[in-house]
Design a protein around this ligand. Structure first.
Ligand SMILES: Nc1nc2c(ncn2[C@@H]2O[C@H](COP(=O)(O)OP(=O)(O)OP(=O)(O)O)[C@@H](O)[C@H]2O)c(=O)[nH]1
Ligand SMILES: [Mg+2]
Length: 316
């Protein structure tokens, strides 16, 4: 979706640029120009400094130019990033790349001038100061590596009628998603298996629909919700045309009903409710739950046909 430049770590950048510097220096040193020794040594230092600097500037400038700025991201992705990182930190980290490039350029200019005017040889000092400039941006490089990982995992949202599947952890959301859309989502018996918004597609005749598997939500206040749950809230808020709320009859009913109430109050989209796992619980239990819900569907997400039918009911 976005082509993102390589972000080196502090160590990688120092190693890479210094290695390139050494290589250029030895090339000049061993070249048979017939020039006097002193001149050759001077050219060796020039070559080393210029190469080190070129590598750093090229990496930093590429990041500054190609890494999307926060403002360039579509709004939904900004919100998704907001959940996971501090946006000021994002801006500051990108700014640090330019700071590094500018400082290395300045240092290079000063050092080259010293070499040409025959002042005290500045090579060692140049290398030491360059390394400390890079060390100064170490945590910003790490942040950008993390931001890049997040951006790469962005779901690719399309402008299609969209169903968001929500519910308690372990309710069977991903199982439903997998059987409806064929997406290879992870399913497991432990809660919070799904950690981010995942997108799949299903069709009715020629119309494509976007189906979103969201992380589990717990019944607790919004400001207590973790980053994983917040993504589920964002999916409802920003992407859902309709919501499918799965109730898990093998788990305690009350917190799930509270959660359903909250979602009904908080969002204006139509919420469909299905009692899942009806293949595994007693009929009385399902009937007990049914009394507390208005006309819920009864399904087993393990059964593909149930998933297809639920989907068609929702969009009919
Ligand atoms: N018997 C039965 N088991 C089900 C059904 N649906 C899901 N499961 C099982 O319930 C467990 C949790 O399923 P998931 O699909 O991972 O649940 P989830 O809601 O995506 O869970 P999180 O991602 O952690 O929120 C798995 O062991 C599934 O096999 C069902 O209809 N019947
Ligand atoms: Mg899941």
């Amino acid at each position: 979706m976005f082509s993102l430049p390589h972000i080196p770590s502090e160590k990688e950048l120092i190693d890479k640029s210094f290695r390139r510097g050494s290589r250029s220096a030895s090339r000049v040193k061993s070249s048979r120009t017939g020039a006097p020794k002193e001149l050759r040594l001077r050219n060796t230092d020039l070559a080393r400094i210029q190469s080190v600097s070129a590598v750093i500037k090229s990496d930093m400038d590429k990041i500054t130019k190609e890494f999307p700025s926060y403002e360039q991201l579509p709004e939904f992705y900004q919100r998704l990033l907001d959940i996971q990182i501090d946006r000021d930190h994002y801006k500051k980290s990108l700014g640090a790349m330019k700071w590094c490039s500018d400082n290395v350029s300045r240092l290079e200019r000063d050092s080259l001038r010293k070499i040409r005017t025959g002042d005290k040889n500045p090579t060692k000092e140049f290398l030491g100061r360059t390394a400390s400039i890079i060390k100064r941006i170490s945590s910003e490089l790490d942040s950008l590596i993390e931001i890049k990982r997040i951006i790469r995992e962005f779901p690719s949202v399309e402008d299609l009628p969209t169903l968001v599947i929500v519910g308690y952890p372990n309710a069977g959301k991903s199982t439903f998603m997998k059987n409806l859309t064929g997406s290879k989502v992870k399913i497991a018996t432990y809660p919070f298996t799904t950690k981010r918004i995942l997108i799949g597609h299903a069709k009715i005749k020629y119309q494509r629909y976007q189906i979103i598997d969201s992380p589990g939500l717990l019944d607790r206040p919004m400001d207590k919700r973790n980053k994983i749950e917040q993504q589920a809230i964002l999916a409802i808020k920003e992407l859902a045309d309709v919501v499918l709320f799965l109730v898990d009859p093998t788990q305690e009913a009350e917190p799930q009903l509270n959660l359903l109430d909250e979602i009904r109050k908080e969002f204006k989209q139509k919420i469909f409710v299905a009692i899942n796992k009806t293949d595994t619980v007693e009929k009385e239990k399902v009937n007990g739950l049914k009394k507390k819900l208005k006309n819920p569907m009864e399904i087993s997400a393990l059964n593909k046909e149930d998933c297809n039918e639920t989907f068609r009911d929702i969009f009919s």
